[in-house]
Design a protein around this ligand. Structure first.
Ligand code: ADP
Ligand code: MG
Length: 705
């Protein structure tokens, strides 16, 4: 064998053996360009040879059908028979594969994967893991994950162990186009063999007890027999920690650098005065809460400090964020500049503009609403008013990002519901003003620990108090077969002149649970039957905006008494006379989302009711019955669903970590933040600068704030 020179991890994967054009293209597509990219994608699972069960033993175990948490079993055998049929009721493709390991047989059942019947051959050696169930003809494994260990050999297929599996743990990789798990394993081994260790770039306090990069990668792609299989599969070994710390430290460096960069810029100084501040407050129809007062002061301090404000304002539903936004914009407007408020939806933008009109009273003509679908002449006039500086308060949707919009003197941008905006859009708006101040408001409370680490380059304000006189909303959870209690409650409220919401989950036609769910049409029939002659409106995401607005409006005006909706009402509608909301299939919603929905009732003088109908996940849903504190609910939600789901996946501009997990690793992240601040203060090493540049793109560092 030739001895090859060791390669840096930044080497292109194309140097690896066995990488033809098709495979190279597949890697490219998956974002794998360098050896490091290849190695940072860890196995999704490690199979411990010792944990494989003999098929002959399976039959001896009694398995109860329908158990909630069924144990995942691993089996290995040869394909003995393959049968393709259709399911009886839904005519779904059904593939049955009979596996034999010499001690017994097991039926594997696959739904909707007809290609399996073509790709598998009798005699193939398969590894399968999944739950066991009692089928009609005995024990079977339904919907297992499988790995092809070796193809049916033409002659001697008797070889005991696969050559690829001489050690105790078999790492399994996700298939990637033409690259099977086995091919991937070979590529990885080649890469590990040829890579040389990178220069240490982590500060010593972060990696003292951890293996170096290359060792960590070796431990994870090729676990020694004495490894702890449980820790490996839970991604909790020191090697995992090493890689997680690398990601988190790079991320923390990026955040800290951006913050330092912002603080070094000269910001517009808004020439406010204590006098003006008091005058503004006296315009308001009510007294500010303590929390609003405190936050307003933080903002004023920022915009008069000579630095650029980037502040995150968090507050529970109904804590009065809009009022703080208005005051801040007024401060800018009254001192000669312009402020823009960006809303995520048209409904919300309209609502904000109504609020502003009310607050501005005789001065309302100084506000301009800008939406995407405006009549051409109307829009032209609006743009002219914005450009001339005639209007100082601008409220709008993403239409504000359009090139045609030019501001006269934009000094403050307020973003409502921060996480729904893409960074590019925010950047686009930034181009329009010099370097305006930014106030971003988050509608869903983000747990403090996460907010600090994710938005560490923003200063943070919290409205931790609700305006006085708010009554808690009576919250109930009822089982599906007791739903009558919910309808009775609605009836009672309607009788005394109140209005009601009913929320149905939006169900995707490809949803595998579709048959078991009650969709909005079914709900409409149910309500019409239960409340004959009731004036109701139905709204969902497939309506044209005009139609939607008209229907909503009938409810807002009080003409329609009941609004049946999918979650389009989550933000936006403010109907003080609506006192009850019933959510069907509440288990389909995130806790924070339910809490947002709940915030739609009990906004007026009357007591509000919130009823969730669900037969499952009652423990999770019970959190809402127990507390009305949005931050506590958010924390639970985050723990249960993880940050991706919590924020609605990529929209959030969350960094895409391979190994680190923002919830599980929050302590590590905190350590990394401290270390990053220190490293920046004392000057980054060359290795750190280089690493950071490379990671910047992968972690989407640029997308955080
Ligand atoms: P959110 O934080 O959810 O955006 P809003 O700004 O919409 O909350 O305020 C919720 C309601 O509370 C609004 O009807 C608003 O007029 C009212 N409100 C806000 N601040 C106060 C206050 N200081 N005193 C009384 N009511 C207030
Ligand atoms: Mg709001």
């Amino acid at each position: 064998m030739s001895t090859l020179a060791p390669l840096p991890l930044s080497t292109q994967v194309t140097v690896l053996r066995g990488l033809g054009p098709a495979r190279a293209a597949a890697l490219e597509e998956a974002g794998i360009h360098t050896l490091r990219d290849l190695l940072m994608q860890l196995p999704y699972r490690y199979v411990d040879r010792g944990s494989i069960m003999k098929l002959g033993d399976l039959e001896l175990r009694g398995f109860e059908p329908g158990l909630e948490d069924r144990e995942i079993i691993t089996v290995l055998g040869l394909v003995h028979d393959i049968r393709q049929t259709l399911t009886r009721i839904q005519r779904m493709a059904l593939t049955e594969v009979l596996l034999n390991d010499g001690t017994g047989t097991l039926k594997l059942v696959f739904f909707n994967q007809p290609y399996l019947g073509r790709s598998l051959k009798i005699g193939d050696r398969l590894l399968a893991f999944g739950p066991l169930l009692n089928g009609r003809n005995g024990t079977e494994m339904r919907g297992p994950q499988i790995e092809l260990m070796s193809r049916a050999a033409h002659e001697n297929s008797k070889s005991g162990l696969d050559e690829t599996w001489v050690s105790r743990f078999l790492p399994l990789y996700r298939k990637m186009g033409p690259i099977s798990s086995l091919v991937r394993k070979k590529l990885v081994e080649d890469a590990l063999l040829r890579a040389h260790p990178p220069e240490e770039w982590l500060p010593p306090e972060l990696c003292r007890h951890l293996p170096d990069t290359l060792t960590a990668l070796r431990l994870l792609h090729h676990p020694p027999d004495e490894s702890d299989g449980r820790l490996l599969n839970q991604r909790e070994t020191p090697a995992h920690e090493r890689l997680a710390v690398e990601e988190l430290f790079a991320f923390a460096l990026g955040v800290e650098l951006r913050r330092a960069g912002r603080l070094s810029r000269r910001g517009l100084v808004v020439p406010t005065s204590p006098d003006l501040r008091e005058r503004l407050k006296s315009f308001l129809p009510f007294h500010l809460t303590h929390a609003q007062r405190k936050v307003f002061k933080e903002i004023v301090d920022d915009i008069t400090s000579g630095r650029v404000m980037h502040r995150l304002l968090q507050g529970d539903v109904g804590s009065g964020k809009t009022l703080v936004a208005f005051l801040s914009m007024a401060m800018v407007a009254e001192t000669g500049g312009q402020g823009a408020l960006l809303a995520p939806t048209e409904v919300l933008a309209r609502q904000h503009s109504l609020t502003f009109e009310r607050l501005l009273g005789a001065e309302a003509h100084r506000m301009q609403l800008l939406l995407g679908p405006m009549k051409a002449a109307e829009k032209r006039a609006a743009l002219a008013r914005i450009a001339s500086g005639e209007v100082r308060y601008i409220v709008g949707t993403h239409a504000l990002f359009q090139e045609a919009v030019s501001f006269n003197d934009l000094r403050l941008v307020v973003v409502d519901e921060q996480h729904r905006f893409g960074v590019k859009q925010r950047e686009a708006l930034k181009q329009k003003g010099g370097d305006p101040h930014w106030l971003v408001m988050s509608a869903t409370p983000i747990p403090r620990s996460l907010a600090l680490s994710l938005f560490g380059d923003l200063d943070q304000s919290v409205l931790d108090e609700l305006p006085p006189g708010r009554q808690p909303i009576t919250t109930r959870l009822v089982a599906t077969d007791s739903a009558e209690r919910a309808w009775d409650l609605i009836e009672k409220e309607l009788t005394v002149g109140r209005q009601a919401f009913v929320v149905s989950p939006a169900i995707d036609p490809s949803d595998e649970n579709k048959v078991k769910l009650r969709d909005i049409q079914a709900m409409e029939s149910l309500i019409r039957a239960r409340f004959p002659g009731l004036d109701m409106e139905v709204v969902h995401g497939r309506l044209k905006p005009d139609d939607m607005a008209a229907r909503m409006n009938r409810f807002v005006q009080g003409d329609a008494k009941l609004l049946l909706a999918t979650t389009v009402i989550e933000v936006g509608v403010d109907v003080p006379n609506a006192t009850v909301m019933v959510v069907d299939h509440a288990e389909r919603f995130g806790l924070s989302q339910l809490h947002q929905l709940r915030g739609r009732v009990g906004r007026g003088a009357h007591r509000g009711f919130f009823v969730m109908i669900s037969g499952i996940e009652t423990e999770r849903l019970h959190v809402l019955v127990e507390t009305q504190d949005g931050f506590k609910i958010a924390q639970k939600d985050l723990e249960i669903r993880g940050p991706g789901e919590f924020f609605g996946t990529r929209q959030a501009g969350l960094p895409q970590f391979q190994v680190a997990d923002l919830v599980r690793d929050r302590k590590l992240l905190q350590m990394c933040r401290e270390a990053a601040a220190k490293a920046i203060a004392s000057g980054l090493t060359d290795a750190q600068t280089e690493w950071l540049q490379r990671e910047q793109e992968r972690l989407k560092l640029a997308e955080v704030s």
